[in-house]
Design a protein around this ligand. Structure first.
Ligand SMILES: [Zn+2]
Ligand SMILES: [Zn+2]
Ligand SMILES: [Zn+2]
Length: 422
């Protein structure tokens, strides 16, 4: 029998060898390590340098360079972030400043094809009206296709080059198809329609039909070979609600009815009233609600709802119970109610990639797919449903992630929800 004593820390119940106790002043090793960790954290906090690169810099081009600058991690240095949100810095630039930023992007592309270059290209594409033609021609020349969203506003010569390349460049075909989907103009729509009618020879090398790449960019081929958008142009940015006040948009509210799968009370993921109804062609309704179970929708591919002429919503009878559901759903924390407030209109493309430095909760616009596009099919008419709303948990709860998405088929008065996280 070896002699053991209790750790000297009163909050700890570990029994330790006498030799350990002698060496460590009566403490067990986990307690010794915890004290050392706390001392180190306190030291860093007391001695860390605060560095503000942005102080005194007023030129937005220089500010953008600093925002995207890659800094070596140093625990003793705290880099103070730019006080203006990145999207606002970009939006503030005039034509001359945008041209200088584009020139800077070209020099970056020329030195090395870096993460920094692509971040700037994405911001210029979706936060500004910058002309990126020369950068896109450069990308074609050097086969830089890894961020296909940046091709969205390609001039026709870049588009035609991509159309030529898609048949011959099998290594980059996946990216080129996505780039074409983001361009999505008449020439691309016609090409995708041709592929649907007579598939290209390389079709079997893909996981999905080539024309279905369009969904990644928020559209699909309609019945007559026309482009059908899967999103609404009218896009409202939503931010965390600090003060409760009545609004015509309510993000997350508890309902009186229960989930037939887990018995938790259902929620309206979103409820719209008055002017918001007309933005989304729902004028005939008194209100519009997307109902779901916040737990089960995270385990199910889709949870559907149906609404009547007044806008009263019910759980859809077509809902298919997933094979696995957690049995402790009732112990989960519920999502905060009435948690978002409208913060102005923005471009529908503002949050179209999770790599964009912006916040993602919004009404309308394109969804921010974190795991690839997954537009639900309407159980009644089998058409892809239109995206209408998303809430990013990061915006409403601390230390959370994951996005809840809402969709509508107004022809069949059907709604759907889905959930993705990294
Ligand atoms: Zn201890
Ligand atoms: Zn449920
Ligand atoms: Zn339908």
């Amino acid at each position: 029998m070896v002699d053991r004593v209790e750790c000297k820390n009163e909050a700890c119940s570990n029994m330790i060898l006498l030799t350990t106790a002698t060496d460590n002043n009566g403490l067990c090793m986990p307690c010794v390590r915890e004290i050392a960790r706390k001392e180190k954290a306190a030291f860093i906090k007391a001695n860390r340098k605060e560095v503000n690169d942005f102080e005194g810099i007023t030129d937005p081009v220089e500010i953008v360079k600093l925002i995207h600058k890659k800094r070596k991690y140093d625990p003793m240095v705290h880099w103070i972030p730019c006080s203006t949100p990145t999207e606002d810095v970009y939006a503030s630039m005039n034509e001359e400043e945008l041209a200088r930023t584009t020139d800077y992007l070209l020099t970056l592309l020329d030195v090395d094809f870096s993460e920094k270059a692509m971040e700037i290209a994405l911001c210029l594409t979706f936060f500004t009206e910058a002309n990126l033609d020369s950068c896109l021609r450069y990308c074609i020349e050097y086969h830089l296709f890894h961020d296909p969203e940046v091709f969205k506003n390609s001039p026709s010569d870049v588009r035609d080059a991509l159309i030529e390349l898609v048949d011959i460049d099998s290594d980059n075909r996946n990216f080129i198809l996505l780039a074409l989907a983001w361009i999505g103009d008449d020439a691309v729509v016609n090409l995708f329609d041709q592929w649907r009618n007579s598939p290209p020879a390389w079709k079997n090398e893909l996981y999905i039909p080539p024309e279905d790449y369009s969904q990644e960019a928020g559209w699909e081929l309609g019945a007559k070979g026309k482009r059908r958008d899967l999103f609404f142009e009218k896009c409202v940015k939503l931010v965390k609600k600090e003060e409760q006040s009545p609004e015509d948009i309510i993000a997350i509210s508890q309902r009186a009815d229960q989930c037939p799968w887990c018995n938790l009370s259902l929620i309206n993921l979103v409820e719209l009233r008055s002017e918001y109804l007309s933005f989304y062609n729902l004028n005939e309704l008194d209100k519009f609600q997307v109902s779901t179970c916040e737990v089960c929708t995270a385990y199910s591919s889709n949870v559907y709802g149906v609404y009547n002429k007044k806008g009263d919503t019910e759980w859809a009878s077509d809902n298919i119970r997933p094979e696995y559901l957690p049995d402790d759903g009732d112990s989960w924390g519920r999502l905060p109610e009435d948690c978002l407030t409208a913060s102005g209109f923005r471009s529908p493309y503002m949050a179209c990639s999770p790599c964009l430095p912006t916040s993602f909760s919004q009404l309308g616009g394109l969804p921010t797919w974190v795991q690839g596009s997954a537009y639900p099919k309407c159980p009644k008419c089998k058409q892809s449903m239109m995206f209408i709303f998303q809430v990013d948990r990061e915006d409403i709860e601390e230390n959370s992630e994951g996005i809840y998405y809402a969709f509508i088929c107004s022809d069949c008065r059907t709604t759907a929800t889905t959930y993705q996280q990294t």
